[in-house]
Design a protein around this ligand. Structure first.
Ligand SMILES: *Cc1c(COP(=O)(O)O)cnc(C)c1O
Length: 387
């Protein structure tokens, strides 16, 4: 039986106030591109993160592109990135003509391994190449070990651009995700913990960096009554209407983080006792936002593979998804070097992201848990599902 109401992995969830903010934008006719809601959203994000300067953009990918360019990345440079990430984190380095180099995860917390980063930097510099930036990803809303990464980067003057696209509302040592980097990037894509329907943000303590990013994001117009241009820019600014939606979502963030963490705890309680089942660990140094609940399956003990569970859920019109396929395994990056790789490959093989939307009901969760447990029960009865 297929239910008509599909359960998505992480659909948008409007709190209700979003429409009021959008109405306000309509009433003042600040539909696009700039307007008071955009400035208010950026100010709200500054208060949330502790970054003095925030620039709202059309996507997280755009924010990474601008961030890398303003940190000085150019043709022939090397940019080091987490291999366990989403492709939007790493493509901007190629837009700038830089060469990528991937670094594997720390098995304990799944974010970039600082020891492997140190090894990668040493190897790249020994070849006479310049590492122009490092982009660690705060994977599934878990902050990287910023202090250990900075200990590698700072003495060498390598800037750290933190990809906190998935980590809005998470903390590291009581600071908001991203704080501590030379700059940080956030995403408000439709599946993230808060959404503007599509959008991103670049944050930094460096006013000059954000001022120049703002200019480049609006086609790099020089001050003049006519349109005058002396540099190449982009059309990357967030619209005022999108920012109005973002204001309503910001009001909901604390509730959403609490609910996502509650969903994670619920899955652990419902499924954690099954043989071969474990869940993404949480770093002692912070509080993850648990954007997605990630379950790991030991196929031998559980009796079935993550793909069997995914198909069983899909048969009930429920979306789940494998862990991000590491960048060094992607055909498009077959020639990009990677320091380490076994940890992220293992997480990709064993991991499954379970539905984590904040609008799900207890009944939805119970149904999902029943289906997952059912796959194990069938397997242990000897009736192992064949694909
Ligand atoms: C979503 C995401 C991005 C890109 O954000 P967009 O707003 O979709 O461009 C970058 N990095 C990571 C880790 C993401 O999850």
């Amino acid at each position: 039986m297929v239910n008509s109401d599909r359960i998505y992995l992480s659909p948008p969830h409007m709190g209700g106030a979003e429409l009021d903010y959008v109405h306000r934008a309509f009433e003042s006719n600040f539909i696009a591109p700039l307007g008071p809601q955009l400035a208010e959203f950026e100010a709200g994000f500054s208060r949330l993160t502790g970054f003095a300067h925030c620039l709202a953009l059309s996507s997280g990918t755009a924010a990474i592109h601008l961030g890398l360019r303003l940190l000085g990345v150019g043709p022939g440079d090397v940019v080091i990135a987490s291999t366990l990430t989403f492709i939007g984190s790493v493509t901007p380095a190629t837009f700038l003509g830089a060469d990528l180099h991937f670094v594997d995860s720390d098995a304990a917390i799944w974010t970039m391994d600082p020891a492997l980063l140190a090894r990668a930097v040493a190897e790249i510099e020994a070849r006479g190449r310049r590492v122009a930036a490092v982009i660690p990803t705060d994977i599934y809303g878990q902050c990287s070990d910023y202090d250990s990464l900075l200990a590698v980067c700072q003495p060498r003057g390598i800037p750290l651009l933190i990809d906190a696209a998935e980590a809005v509302g998470a903390t590291y040592k009581d600071r908001h995700a991203g704080l501590g980097g030379d700059a940080a990037v956030y995403s408000f894509n439709g599946n993230k913990i808060i959404t503007t329907g599509g959008g991103g943000l670049l944050a930094s303590h460096d006013k000059a960096l954000i001022d120049e990013a703002r200019r480049l994001s609006q086609q790099a117009r020089d001050p003049a009554p006519h349109y005058e241009h002396s540099t190449i820019g982009y059309n990357y600014r967030m619209s005022n209407v999108a920012a109005a939606i973002g204001l309503g979502q910001l009001d909901m963030l604390a509730t959403f983080v609490a609910r996502r963490r509650g969903i994670f705890d619920w899955y652990v309680e419902a499924l954690g006792h099954l043989p071969g089942v474990s869940f993404m660990p949480e770093a002692a140094s912070g509080r993850a936002n648990r954007w997605l609940t990630v379950m790991l399956l030991d196929e031998a003990a559980f009796g079935a593979a993550p793909e069997d569970v995914r198909l069983a859920l899909e048969a009930e019109n429920i979306e789940s998804r494998p862990v991000w396929k590491p960048m060094h395994m992607q055909p498009v990056f077959r020639d990009v070097p990677c320091t380490g790789g076994a940890v992220s490959e293992d997480l990709f093989r064993r991991g499954l992201c379970l539905p984590s939307g904040t609008a799900m009901t207890k009944a939805d969760l119970a149904r999902i848990a029943r289906i997952v447990a059912g796959v194990a029960a069938t397997a242990h009865k000897g009736g192992r599902r064949t694909p």
